[in-house]
Write a protein that binds this ligand. Structure first.
Ligand code: CA
Length: 321
């Protein structure tokens, strides 16, 4: 039972990894509280005719792993659509293959999806020049989780009322912002904002960013294409995300807001919420409420003994107030 162990979650996690020194700052298993609740939404937007974004969620229950991915296809004709779908479907298989550690499986999985997209583009002239961004998380039960990405699709973490980008865009404007050449506001409208510096399907020796993420109970992870973060700034995303603890209404609201803000691009977002432990008081209140409702049913049916014989403790009437 792991309720009320927030202090434990902050301490070091016992781990059988060959590299314990790097594991020590990561929290204890979050999974036993229930697996993350995940929802995604994608929309063509209000300007474009084809949705070249794709997303997917894949599970390996034996390993206790959940893989979530968003891909934003690039390239004319139907190429972008094919590339993003290929990347999502291939990665959903690749990342669970072999016995390597999660970051290695992520890296190998993306590299081999890259090869497959390159090959498909080479073999079919209609698909020439296609490519796709990828941002994905591998959620691992009882251990550290990982993010991997290529391109300008992002992972955000929402924690304790704050939003933080966990990925750095591989794009020209992001580089210019980092170098102080243009501001973040300028980047949003810069005509070069579609220039991606890295993507699957462009070259064989793809550079892939992989980083650990430290899951804490109550965290929300948002994966999105630039159709979201190009339309809404971080504070707007945070405001919409804060309105519900369930991911389903939030992803719908985010898509709606991106379209209301112009919807000039396809928009995709997926949210994974790490469950929060139920407070001990909350559990006791729930148990008492259940007891009370059971008792009132029996009482209404005319069971004369139940009312007095099994009087609830003092807390229950207060909790019901
Ligand atoms: Ca896009």
């Amino acid at each position: 039972m792991s309720t009320g162990d927030e202090s434990k979650a902050k301490s070091s996690a016992p781990n059988e990894s060959s590299d314990p020194s790097e594991q020590s700052e990561f929290p204890a298993p979050a999974w036993t509280r229930g697996e993350p609740r995940i929802a995604g939404a994608t929309d063509v937007g209000v300007v474009r005719k084809i949705n070249q974004d794709a997303f997917g969620r894949f599970d390996d229950p034996d390993r206790g792993e959940i893989f979530v991915v968003v891909a934003d296809g690039l390239g004319g004709h139907r190429g972008g659509e094919v590339a993003s779908r290929m990347a999502v479907d291939l990665l959903g298989v690749n990342v669970f293959e072999g016995d390597s550690d999660p970051p290695t499986r992520l890296r190998n999985g993306i590299a081999s999806a890259n090869d497959a997209v390159l090959l498909a583009a080479r073999e079919d002239p209609m698909l020439d020049g296609m490519g796709t961004t990828v941002v994905c998380i591998l959620l691992v039960e009882g251990d550290r989780s990982y993010v991997a990405h290529v391109g300008d699709s992002r992972l955000y973490r929402l924690r304790a009322g704050r939003i933080e980008a966990m990925t750095e865009d591989h794009s020209l404007v992001a580089t210019l912002v980092r170098e102080g050449v243009i501001s973040e506001d300028d980047a949003r409208t810069d005509p070069r904002r579609n220039q991606i510096l890295r993507a699957l399907g462009v070259r064989g020796d793809l550079e892939i960013d992989v980083a650990p993420i430290e899951l804490q109970p109550g965290d929300s992870y948002l994966l999105c294409s630039d159709g979201l973060h190009g339309m809404l700034d971080d504070d707007e995303i945070l405001e919409l995300a804060k309105r519900s603890t369930r991911p389903e209404p939030v992803v719908a609201r985010l898509v709606e807001a991106a379209n209301a803000a112009g919807g000039t691009d396809n928009v995709t977002c997926v949210i994974a919420n790490v469950p929060e432990p139920m407070p001990v008081d909350g559990l006791r209140g729930a148990a008492n409420r259940l007891f009370e409702s059971t008792r009132s049913v029996f009482t209404r049916r005319g069971d004369p003994d139940l009312g007095d014989a099994s009087a609830p403790d003092r807390d229950s009437s207060e909790n019901d107030a």
